[in-house]
Design a protein around this ligand. Structure first.
Ligand code: PLP
Length: 284
C-alpha cells in the first residue's frame, strides 16, 4: 500500500514519524475519514471544512499541503486502486524532539499522514439489511467531542463492551440523555419524525448527519434536533446511526430490547438509499 507522510508518497513499510510526535505522546492530533465509492470521494468538502475547524479549535497549524488535500486523496485512491473504501487522514501538532506539555514553537510543523483502507462492497454491507444491536454505556469522554481528536480510547473500550455483550456498538449516555454512538451519530424515528441530538460541544458534528438531515427534510420528513433518553429510544418505531463509513445503518436492538418490530423498518433504508444516491452523484 502507498501512504502519504509529510509531502511524500511511500510504501507503508517505509513510512516513519518521530517517537516524539505529539499524536503519539499526547493524543495531540485530529483526523478525518472520507469514504470512497466507485473510486470517488464522498462528502470530501465537508470533511475538509471540519478538519480546518478542528485545527482552529486546537490552535494547531494547518499543514502546508492543506490546499492539496483533494489531490492527495485522489492520488492515494488511484495508487492503491481503491474502488470502495476509506481514506484516513491525521494531522498532529508534530514533534519538538522531546516530551513537553507546552505546545512547541511555531516553527515545529504539523505531521500530516494519509492512508487508504480497501473495503470492497462498502455500500452493500449485510449489516445494513439486518440492522445492528447497540448497548448503552455511560459517556466518559472529555468535554470537546465536537473536535475530531485521535483520543479514541474510551470509544474503543465502548466497542469492546458492546462486543462482550454480543452487540455491535454502544450508545453513550450523559445526564440521562444519549449523546452519540462510539463512532457515529444516533437517531430515533417516531412516525414521520426523525429525532437526533442537537449540535453542541457534546457530540461530533457528523458530516453524514448534516447531509442526512438535509435529505430527510427534502423528503418531507420532520426533523427534531433534541436530546432523547434510552427509554424513549427503546419505545421508538425505528432507530439508526450515521457515519462516513457506515452511511445510514438501522439499529434493531438496544440493551437486548427490540426496537419497534425488531426488524429493519422503512425510514432508515429509505434515508440510506437517498444518501447513497445523492452522495454518489456529488462525489469527487
Ligand atoms: N460521532 C463520532 C464520535 C464519530 O467518531 C463519528 C465519525 O467517525 C461520527 C459521529 C460521524 O461523523 P461523520 O458522519 O462525519 O463520519
Amino acid at each position: 500500500r502507498t501512504v502519504y507522510v509529510n509531502g511524500e508518497y511511500l510504501p507503508e513499510e517505509d513510512a516513519k514519524i518521530s517517537i516524539f510526535d505529539r499524536s503519539f505522546l499526547m493524543a495531540d492530533g485530529v483526523y478525518e475519514v472520507t469514504s470512497v465509492l466507485d473510486g470517488k470521494l464522498i462528502d470530501f468538502e465537508g470533511h475538509k471544512v471540519r478538519l480546518e475547524r478542528s485545527l482552529n479549535e486546537l490552535d494547531m497549524q494547518k499543514p502546508e499541503a492543506f490546499d492539496d488535500l483533494l489531490e492527495i486523496h485522489r492520488e492515494l485512491v488511484r495508487a492503491n486502486e481503491i474502488t470502495d473504501g476509506l481514506v484516513y487522514l491525521q494531522v498532529s501538532r508534530g514533534s519538538a524532539g522531546d516530551r513537553d506539555f507546552a505546545y512547541p514553537s511555531e516553527d515545529v510543523k504539523p505531521t500530516l499522514v494519509l492512508f487508504t483502507q480497501n473495503k470492497p462492497g462498502l455500500a452493500d454491507s449485510p449489516a445494513a439489511k439486518k440492522g445492528i444491536k447497540v448497548i448503552s454505556i455511560e459517556d466518559q469522554r472529555w468535554g470537546r467531542r465536537d473536535i475530531k481528536t485521535v483520543q479514541l480510547l474510551y470509544p474503543s473500550m465502548g466497542k469492546m463492551m458492546a462486543k462482550a455483550a454480543g452487540a455491535d456498538d454502544a450508545w453513550m449516555v450523559e445526564d440521562g440523555f444519549v449523546t452519540e454512538g462510539t463512532s457515529n451519530n444516533a437517531y430515533i424515528v417516531k412516525g414521520n419524525t426523525i429525532i437526533t441530538r442537537q449540535l453542541s460541544n457534546d457530540i461530533l458534528h457528523g458530516i453524514t448527519r448534516a447531509a442526512v438531515l438535509r435529505f430527510a427534510k427534502e423528503a418531507q420528513m420532520t426533523v427534531e434536533e433534541r436530546s432523547f433518553t434510552m427509554e424513549e429510544a427503546k419505545e421508538a418505531d425505528e432507530a439508526f446511526i450515521t457515519s462516513a463509513s457506515t452511511f445510514v445503518m438501522p439499529v434493531v436492538e438496544m440493551d437486548g430490547v427490540p426496537v419497534g418490530t425488531g426488524e429493519v423498518g422503512s425510514v432508515a433504508p429509505r434515508l440510506r438509499e437517498i444518501y447513497l444516491d445523492e452522495s454518489r452523484k456529488a462525489a469527487v
